[in-house]
Design a protein around this ligand. Structure first.
Ligand code: TRP
Length: 466
C-alpha cells in the first residue's frame, strides 16, 4: 500500500541548518521510500498571512524551492509544487469553511496567542488580527484534504492544525453523507534532532541564532560556526559533550563512529577552536555539494519554474476530480445534472445515483487545449494529449463521445493506459500500481466510454424531440 505523505513549507525567510536537519533532510529521505507517495509544496498562500512584503514572498519561494531540489528531492518521484498553482485548494477551502464551526477556529493556538497578547496590552482583542490568520487552519485543512493525504509530517506546534483538519473533514463527510476524505494523521519524527542554535536554544529565526544553510557560501557558514557559544574551558582541558550545542550539531551530521571519535577528542582536551573547525568541515562535506546545486538552480529560475508547473499539473490531476466531486456533492452542479437531481426522488441522496461519465476541456498552463474524461464517480480516467488547435481538441473530444468501449483501442503501456484513434495516441490515464487491478481498470475505462456514448446518444435524441 502506498502512503501519501504530504507536507507544506511556509515560504517566509531563508532556510537555515536547523530547517535542513529538522525538515528538509528527513522529508527528502522519506520521498525515496518506494512505498511513499510524497506531496511536498510551498505554502505560499500561507506566507501571505505572515508577510505582506511581496518581494520577500517571491524571493523566499524561489530559495525554498531551490533548497529542496538541491537537497536531493527528485521532482519525478515526489510531487513538488506551489500551493498557489493549485486553485482547487482555495476552492476547497471555501467548501470547508462553510462546515467549519467558528468556535473551532476561536481555539486555534496562533489566533488565541494573538488575542491574548492584545488583551495583555489592553487593546481590542482582535487588533491587528487578519481574517487570514483566523482562517489559517481551514486553508491548511484544504491543503491536506485536497490530496487525501494519509500522513502529514509536521512540527509539534502544528499538531493542533492536523486535528482540526480531521474535525473539519469529519464534519464535511457527515454533512454530505459520504466518506469523501481520508483522515490524515500527524507524523512527528521522533528521531530527528532539533538543532540547537548558536546560543544553545533551539535554532530559530526568531532567536536570531541560526547558521545559514546556503546563503553566504562556505565562508558564511564557517563564520557562523565560529560564533557558537561554548564554555570557557581551555585547550587541553577535558570537555563535556552533553550540553554542548557544537557537539549536538556535529552529531546531526556525523556517523556514530565519527561522533564517538569526536566525543573522545573533546574529552581528551581538543580546543573549542579546533572543534569548531572540525564541525565546519564535517557539515561542509554534506552541504558543499548541495550548495553548488543550489547556486546552479538559483541561476536558472525559469528551469525551476518548469519543474514547479509540472508538479502543479500532477497535483491538480488529483485535486481537480476530487473538488469536482465535492462541488457536485454540495449542490454546485452544472444545470443539466441539476435538473436531473431535481427530478430524482428527494429521499435518494443525489450523489449515490449513478452519474454518466463526462468530459471536461481545459486550457493547460502552456496554452494548449486538453480535456479529461471523468468516470461517473468523479475519478479521472483519461487525460488527452495537448493540442495547439482548439478545433483539433474538439474533434477528438467529439469522437470520444460516440466511440463506445468496444471500439476503443486501449492499451496498457507501462504505468499508463493509452487510447489511440486511427493509430495515434490521443489520451492516456494512470493505471493502478497493483498489477492485479490493471485489467479491471482498463475495463472501467471501456465501461465509461460505453456510458458516455449512451449519454451522448440520449442527449442527441432529446434534442431531436425538442
Ligand atoms: N502551517 C505549516 C507550518 O507552518 C505549513 C503548512 C501549510 C502545512 N499547509 C500545510 C504543513 C499542510 C502540513 C500540511 O509549518
Amino acid at each position: 500500500m502506498h502512503t501519501r505523505v504530504l507536507t507544506g513549507i511556509t515560504t517566509t525567510g531563508t532556510p537555515h541548518l536547523g530547517n535542513y536537519v529538522g525538515a528538509v533532510r528527513p522529508a527528502v529521505l522519506a520521498s525515496k521510500d518506494p512505498n511513499v507517495d510524497a506531496f511536498y509544496f510551498m505554502a505560499d498562500y500561507h506566507a501571505l498571512i505572515k508577510s505582506d512584503d511581496a518581494d520577500r514572498v517571491e524571493a523566499s519561494r524561489l530559495k525554498i524551492a531551490a533548497t529542496w531540489l538541491a537537497a536531493g528531492l527528485d521532482p519525478n518521484t515526489a510531487t513538488f509544487y506551489r500551493q498557489s498553482d493549485i486553485p482547487e485548494v482555495t476552492e476547497l477551502m471555501w467548501l470547508l469553511t462553510c462546515v467549519t464551526a467558528k468556535g473551532l477556529l476561536n481555539r486555534a493556538h496562533a489566533y488565541k496567542a494573538a488575542v491574548d497578547r492584545n488583551i495583555e496590552n489592553q487593546e481590542d482583542a482582535d487588533a491587528g488580527v487578519t481574517a487570514g490568520l483566523y482562517m489559517y487552519p481551514v486553508l491548511m485543512a484544504a491543503d491536506i484534504l485536497a490530496f487525501n493525504a494519509n500522513k502529514v509530517p509536521v512540527g509539534r506546534d502544528q499538531i493542533q492544525h492536523i486535528e482540526m483538519a480531521r474535525d473539519i473533514a469529519q464534519r464535511f463527510n457527515h454533512t454530505y453523507g459520504r466518506d469523501f476524505f481520508v483522515m490524515p494523521e500527524a507524523h512527528i519524527e521522533e528521531q530527528v534532532a532539533t538543532l540547537p542554535g548558536l546560543d544553545g536554544r533551539k535554532m530559530s529565526k526568531s532567536y536570531d541564532n541560526t547558521i545559514p544553510l546556503f546563503e553566504g557560501g562556505a565562508k558564511g557558514m564557517r563564520e557562523a560556526i565560529m560564533k557558537i557559544v561554548t564554555d570557557s574551558r581551555l585547550p587541553g582541558e577535558p570537555k563535556e559533550t552533553d550540553d554542548s550545542s557544537l557537539f549536538t550539531i556535529f552529531k546531526a551530521f556525523a556517523s556514530p563512529a565519527e561522533t564517538a571519535a569526536f566525543a573522545e577528542a573533546l574529552r581528551g582536551g581538543l580546543g573549542w577552536g579546533d572543534a569548531k573547525q572540525a564541525l565546519f568541515e564535517r557539515v561542509e562535506a554534506d552541504i558543499g555539494p548541495m550548495r553548488e546545486r543550489y547556486e546552479a538552480l538559483m541561476a536558472k529560475p525559469d528551469d525551476m519554474e518548469d519543474i514547479l508547473l509540472a508538479g502543479a499539473a500532477k497535483a491538480r490531476a488529483i485535486a481537480g476530480p476530487l473538488v469536482e466531486t465535492l462541488r457536485e456533492a454540495v449542490g454546485l452542479r452544472r444545470s443539466s445534472s441539476a435538473s436531473k437531481a431535481a427530478a430524482a426522488p428527494a429521499a435518494a441522496p443525489s450523489i449515490a445515483k449513478a452519474k454518466p461519465p463526462r468530459i471536461a476541456s481545459f486550457r493547460d498552463t502552456d496554452g494548449s487545449f486538453r480535456f479529461r474524461l471523468f468516470g461517473g464517480d468523479g475519478e479521472e480516467l483519461l487525460l488527452s494529449s495537448a493540442f495547439a488547435d482548439p478545433k483539433a481538441a474538439g474533434a477528438v473530444r467529439q469522437t470520444l463521445g460516440t466511440l463506445g468501449g468496444a471500439n476503443a483501442a486501449l492499451e496498457a503501456q507501462g504505468d499508463a493506459v493509452v487510447l489511440s484513434i486511427d493509430g495515434n495516441a490521443v489520451a492516456s490515464g494512470a493505471l493502478p500500481a497493483d498489477e492485479g487491478a490493471r485489467a479491471a481498470h482498463v475495463q472501467r475505462v471501456r465501461a465509461a466510454l460505453d456510458a458516455l456514448a449512451a449519454a451522448t446518444a440520449e442527449e442527441a435524441a432529446a434534442k431531436r424531440k425538442v
